[in-house]
Design a protein around this ligand. Structure first.
Ligand SMILES: Nc1nc2c(ncn2[C@@H]2O[C@H](COP(=O)(O)OP(=O)(O)O)[C@@H](O)[C@H]2O)c(=O)[nH]1
Ligand SMILES: [Mg+2]
Length: 192
């Protein structure tokens, strides 16, 4: 698949999801994992999605229409240290509503930073995906930050922690433009 066209459609707050007939591909992961950068990378647009080195607090879902044929859905990031237990619960409930109600959801890409051990919220996300039988792929981001052997070591840690295999993982770097063929082929297999 080649992405020829990408446009921002809408931001929505909370559970006022955007209704359309387009298939949806959702991106989730902790705040700062590199979701916006990945969207810009695969669409070859510098500023389609806003990137930030400091975690933002606004909980918005951003919808991007790709090739006028499917939606990339950027779900709010999780994992701010300063967030209260109640807010964490709200986030989990909100996410569960999206996963349950989005009839056009084809696949969820769960992003993980290669340098970090997956958190409880990453595991909770994965459990939701299993529970609702939603197809998913793990995308490991920022592999440019480690050496090749460190990347391999960290992939093993991630696999062990989440009970997955390397076949479930796409490795990527938005900075060094790595992983685009695997990402686009994978997305195409769900929306094609
Ligand atoms: N080294 C490196 N940094 C990255 C990469 N992707 C994103 N970042 C940085 O990580 C920070 C958070 O990125 P962003 O895309 O806004 O993350 P989001 O919160 O998940 O949307 C920014 O400072 C990015 O420049 C990558 O592939 N390599
Ligand atoms: Mg973002």
């Amino acid at each position: 698949m080649v992405i020829k066209q990408a446009e921002f459609v809408k931001s929505v707050a909370d559970t006022n999801f955007y209704e359309s007939s387009f298939p949806e591909i959702a991106l989730v992961g902790r705040s700062n994992v590199g979701k916006s950068s990945l969207i810009n990378f695969i669409t070859n647009r510098k500023k389609l999605a806003k990137t930030s080195s400091t975690p933002g607090k606004t909980k918005l879902i951003n919808y991007f229409l790709i090739n006028k044929s499917f939606l990339l859905v950027d779900l709010p990031g999780y994992g701010y240290a300063e967030v209260s237990k109640k807010e964490k619960t709200n986030w989990a409930e909100f996410l569960e509503v999206y996963l349950k109600e989005s009839k056009n959801l084809k696949c969820v890409y769960l992003l993980l930073d290669i340098r970090r051990t997956p958190t409880n919220q990453d595991e909770q996300m994965l459990n939701f995906l299993y529970f609702y039988r939603i197809p998913f792929k793990i995308v490991v981001t920022k592999i440019d930050t480690l050496s090749r052997s460190q990347v391999n070591d960290h992939l093993i840690i991630i696999c062990n922690k989440l009970g997955i295999t390397k076949n479930d993982i796409i490795v990527s770097s938005s900075q060094d433009k790595k992983g685009i063929d695997e990402l686009l082929n994978s997305i195409e297999s769900f929306v094609g």
